[in-house]
Write a protein that binds this ligand. Structure first.
Ligand code: ZN
Ligand code: ZN
Length: 120
């Protein structure tokens, strides 16, 4: 077990609830994708890989496709809200976090992104 996980204080949980409520509001606008950044909720692996993203990448085309992605544990959960109630979860390590927004911009061209950075 790792001890790097931060304890979720009540104030943190309340702030996260608020961020999600706000993000849900924003993402109900057509053409708007909202990202909520939070600590990884449980032990997950970073989901980053260098495969082509989107509908024509191998992960979308080949059911059960696995690749040599990032072997590190996820530090953050990136929640992607596109409309309501669609929501995707992208566990990500610290090092790959900066790549997430450019990646999303590529997958959802033309979407207006708003990043709810939580915790700040
Ligand atoms: Zn991959
Ligand atoms: Zn990673």
């Amino acid at each position: 077990m790792s001890n790097r996980r931060k304890l979720r204080a009540p104030a943190h949980v309340a702030a996260a609830d608020q961020a999600f409520a706000y993000a849900r509001d924003l993402s109900s606008e057509p053409g708007t994708a909202t990202v909520v950044l939070d600590y990884a909720a449980e032990d997950r692996q970073c989901s980053w890989c260098d495969c082509p993203p989107g509908l024509y990448g191998p992960h979308a085309l080949i059911p059960g496709y696995t690749c040599d992605g990032c072997p590190l544990p996820a530090d953050y959960d990136v929640h992607l809200l596109v409309g309501t109630p669609d929501q995707a979860l992208i566990p990500i390590c610290r090092g790959h976090l900066p790549g997430v927004q450019p990646f999303l911009a590529e997958v959802f061209p033309g979407a207006a992104f708003s990043l709810e950075q939580h915790p700040s």
